[in-house]
Structure formats: structure tokens, C-alpha cells
Design a protein around this ligand. Structure first.
Ligand SMILES: C[S@@+](CC[C@H](N)C(=O)[O-])C[C@H]1O[C@@H](n2cnc3c(N)ncnc32)[C@H](O)[C@@H]1O
Length: 457
């Protein structure tokens, strides 16, 4: 053991020496970034030389990345912000492609608004603006065309009885687990056996080509039972989000393609994410279900300590023509907008959560999405995009109070916004350019994003 200590150190010691948490170090081991490990009775020991080399390399990469920030607003890079802060409490209740970081919203709220005012987000997405607005103490109204995005945002911002949340989440989990683990029966057997008509109506195995392609049969049964039980509970949006997050992680996809899966996999495969490991496609969703249930309870408790009593209003609709007064029953007066709009030809917002649309039979409104990836980014697509965003800005102008401020966060690589702002009847006040670092498929990339600050004429 003593010899080991010249060459090796414990996980605790490594975490202390390199300013990391134990789980950071465990993550590096799990994902084979560190490989010279000795398993001893007293736990894992890590090779000192390998650790030193790993963290030195990381340091020089960080210096190289920071050198690329020149000419941009470094304060808005949030480069040293740990991942857990970017995804704190409810912000990580469900994965979502196209989310912006909460600290950016917090920054613009604090600089430009005062508690008690009202903020609008015409493109809610996963609800980042609404969550941060509530914490800051402003009322918020949000609109999104995607029904599932509204469900995620409602689940994040609803005021809960936390005891009831815990009871409901654990109760439904227990029912699903005990059905499959104790009964050793398939859901289909259960439904086809001597059941009442009412049971047969309540419990059904989801029949969907998409699910049959992307999920193992056993997983579809588990998802189907959970979904069938949801109507028995009060916090249905929350349960839908837990199940959808579980379903997303349980697709027959390569571990390194979870964000944009290309094809279903049914055989073991060599995994780039878990360097050198052979991974097996998911056959049961139950471990994910258990993990996300616990994680959701924890995250809601954390948010509950920060949230205020301010109103959060979520509307499913098309921002190009929605009439807010018809939806909320009065004519709102808005002090500002903070949003990250869809950009031209980048993401298909309905499609990224197709599993959720199939599981819950949600309304598919992708033809009303602005700038979807499937329409590309040709000159024609850019023009159409500009016209639609102009429509949105004109539509909301009537609700904006004098001197209100609008913040649009966009990676405007086609330079579409100066013209949009002018043609919508607004004046550009300022443009912040912030560096964005992203772990793009196994390599780090830096790009910039603009925050356009403008005001109605
Ligand atoms: C970049 S995302 C917003 C992300 C959000 N800021 C977040 O952090 O999660 C853009 C959103 O605009 C929505 N969207 C696209 N076209 C729309 C339309 N015509 N009306 C309302 N929402 C629309 C998409 O569904 C998507 O959720």
C-alpha cells in the first residue's frame, strides 16, 4: 500500500488537489479519461502522473480557447462557470436542444428591469426566461408553438405541494416497477387477460411506428404502463416530463448520438463516448425512471427555495399572430422581452422531441415553426425567416410600454437582424457579442453569439 502512495492518490485527494468534486473525478474514470486505476480494498487509487498530465493538458486547452475570445464581451462567456451552475435546479428537468444559459437571462434582468415588472418571451423553448424571471421577481408571459415545450415549461414553473410531488412521483414509479419486476408479465398479457372494459380502456400499449423503430419492446411496455397511470395523479405535466426524459434516454441509439440520433441500434456497439467500451442498446427504462424520479424531486426542492410568488403564464400559440388579451383575459402591459428565437435552418423543434409527441399524442404544429432545419438556410429561407420574425415583433409591439427593452440572443451568422429590427419598427440600441464554447462532438469549438438590444420606435 505504501508503495502505491508514491505513484497513486485517492479520489478525495485528486478532487482536493485539482479543485474538482469527487463526482467530477468519478466521471473521468467512468468515461475512461483516466485509465491507470488500481482497485484496492480502500477504494480506487489514481495514477499521479496521469492526473498531472490530464489536468495540464486541460489548462493549456483553456488558455487556447480564451485566446479566441478577443474582441468579444468576455464577461458574457461564463467560461469558468461549472456545468452544474448552467444546469442548476429545474433547468435540467429535461434535455432540450437550443437552450440558452440561465446566467445570461439573469444578467439582462438585473441590469435592465426591476422586480414587479412583466417580461415576455415569444419563444419559450424549455422555459429558461420564465424560470429566471420568477426567481428575479418579475411576472412573465411566454408563448411557444410546440406543445411539448409548453409542457416542459409548465412542469418547471408550476407551484407545487412538494410532499404531494414526492408522493406522486414515487407512487407511480413503485406501481410500474412492481408490475414488471414482480409480475413477470407483459402489459399486453395483462390487458388481453380477463380484464374489465374499463381496465382495457385505461391501459394500452402504445402503437406507433416511431416507437417500434426506436425502442425495445420491453421499454415500450414500461412507457405505456407509466403513461396509462398518469391520469390518476394531480401533477400530470411533471409526470409526463419524467417519463419523456426517461424515454429519451431509453431509445435504441448510440450513446454518443443521443442529441441527434441517426439510426436505431439493436446490437452491441463500440462506444466513442465510453472510450473503448462495448455498449449494449437499452432494453429497459426502469433504471432511468428511478434515477430521473429522484433527480426531479431534488431539483424541484432546490427551485422551491429560490422561487417567488410571481405569475408565470404559458401559452401555446404562434407568436406571429397570437392575441395575448384573448388568451389571458386582459390586455397585458409588458416592460421588456428576453428571448432566444429560433434561427434559420438550425433545429426542428417538434422533431427533437418526437418520442414525446408519439407517447402523448400531442398536436404537431411544425408547419408553423419559424426557420426549421428541414427548410435549410438558403437565401429564400432567410427571407422567409426575416419576414416571420418581423411579424412577431410587430405583433408584440402594441403590448410594450414606452422605453421598454427587447433582448434577442442569436448566433446571427447571416446578419439578418439589423434589417429585421429596422423593418419591425424598432431601434437598435446596442449589440453585445459573447463568446460561446461548446463541446461539439468530441472536440471543443468557439463561436460567437449576438445579443441585440433594441426598443420600439
Ligand atoms: C431557441 S428556442 C428557445 C430556447 C429557450 N430560450 C430556452 O432556453 O430553452 C426557440 C423556440 O421557438 C419556438 N418557435 C418556433 N416558431 C415559433 C412560432 N411561430 N411561435 C412561437 N414559438 C415558436 C420553438 O418551438 C422553440 O421552442
Amino acid at each position: 500500500m505504501n508503495d502505491y502512495y508514491n505513484e497513486f492518490m485517492t479520489i478525495d485527494e485528486a478532487a482536493e488537489k485539482y479543485g474538482k468534486t469527487k463526482s467530477n473525478i468519478n466521471y473521468l474514470i467512468q468515461y475512461k479519461r483516466l485509465t491507470h486505476i488500481k482497485n484496492t480494498k480502500k477504494g480506487k487509487l489514481l495514477n499521479k502522473a496521469e492526473l498531472e498530465e490530464y489536468f495540464n493538458k486541460l489548462k493549456s486547452e483553456r488558455i487556447e480557447i480564451k485566446n479566441q475570445f478577443k474582441g468579444m464581451n468576455e464577461e458574457l462567456a461564463f467560461f469558468d462557470l461549472p456545468e452544474r451552475e448552467r444546469t442548476k435546479h429545474v433547468h435540467r428537468l429535461h434535455p432540450y436542444l437550443g437552450k440558452y444559459i440561465p446566467q445570461l437571462v439573469e444578467y439582462y434582468l438585473k441590469k435592465n428591469f426591476t422586480p414587479g415588472q412583466t417580461i415576455l418571451d415569444p419563444f419559450i423553448g424549455s422555459g429558461t426566461t420564465l424560470v429566471e424571471s420568477n426567481i428575479f421577481g418579475v411576472n412573465s408571459i411566454g408563448v411557444d408553438i410546440s406543445e411539448f415545450n409548453c409542457i416542459i415549461s409548465k412542469a418547471k414553473t408550476q407551484k407545487y405541494n412538494l410532499h404531494k410531488v414526492e408522493f406522486e412521483l414515487l407512487d407511480i414509479l413503485k406501481k410500474v416497477k412492481s408490475f414488471f419486476i414482480n409480475n413477470q408479465k407483459t402489459l399486453l398479457d395483462f390487458i388481453s387477460s380477463d380484464r374489465t372494459d374499463q381496465d382495457k380502456k385505461e391501459f394500452s400499449v402504445i402503437d406507433s411506428d416511431y416507437l417500434n423503430t426506436w425502442f425495445a419492446k420491453s421499454t415500450i411496455e414500461e412507457i405505456s404502463l407509466y403513461r396509462s397511470l398518469i391520469p390518476q395523479y394531480e401533477y400530470q405535466d411533471l409526470l409526463k416530463v419524467v417519463l419523456s426524459r426517461t424515454a429519451r434516454s431509453s431509445r435504441l441509439t448510440l450513446h454518443f448520438e443521443l442529441t441527434r440520433p441517426t439510426h436505431p441500434v439493436r446490437e452491441p456497439y463500440y462506444c466513442h463516448k465510453h472510450k473503448g467500451k462495448i455498449c449494449v442498446p437499452v432494453q429497459t427504462s426502469l433504471p432511468h425512471l428511478r434515477r430521473y424520479t429522484k433527480d426531479t424531486i431534488k431539483r424541484l426542492k432546490e427551485f422551491d427555495k429560490l422561487r417567488t410568488g410571481k405569475e408565470v403564464t404559458i401559452i401555446r400559440g404562434d407568436s406571429t399572430n397570437i392575441r395575448l388579451e384573448d388568451e389571458i383575459g386582459f390586455y397585458p402591459e409588458i416592460n421588456g422581452i428576453i428571448t432566444s428565437p429560433p434561427y434559420v435552418g438550425v433545429i426542428d423543434y417538434h422533431d427533437q422531441h418526437k418520442y414525446a409527441y408519439e407517447i402523448y399524442h400531442l398536436e404537431w404544429n411544425d408547419d408553423k415553426e419559424i426557420g426549421p432545419a428541414k427548410k435549410g438556410s438558403s437565401k429564400l429561407a432567410q427571407k422567409e425567416y426575416q419576414n416571420l420574425i418581423i411579424k412577431v415583433l410587430k405583433n408584440y409591439k402594441k403590448y410594450l410600454k414606452d422605453h421598454s427593452k427587447v433582448f434577442f440572443v442569436a448566433n446571427d451568422k447571416h446578419n439578418l437582424y439589423p434589417e429585421i429590427i429596422e423593418k419591425s419598427g424598432y431601434t437598435l440600441l446596442h449589440e453585445d457579442i459573447r463568446p460561446v464554447t461548446r463541446k461539439a462532438s468530441r472536440e471543443r469549438a468557439v463561436y460567437s453569439e449576438s445579443i441585440f438590444e433594441f426598443t420600439p420606435d
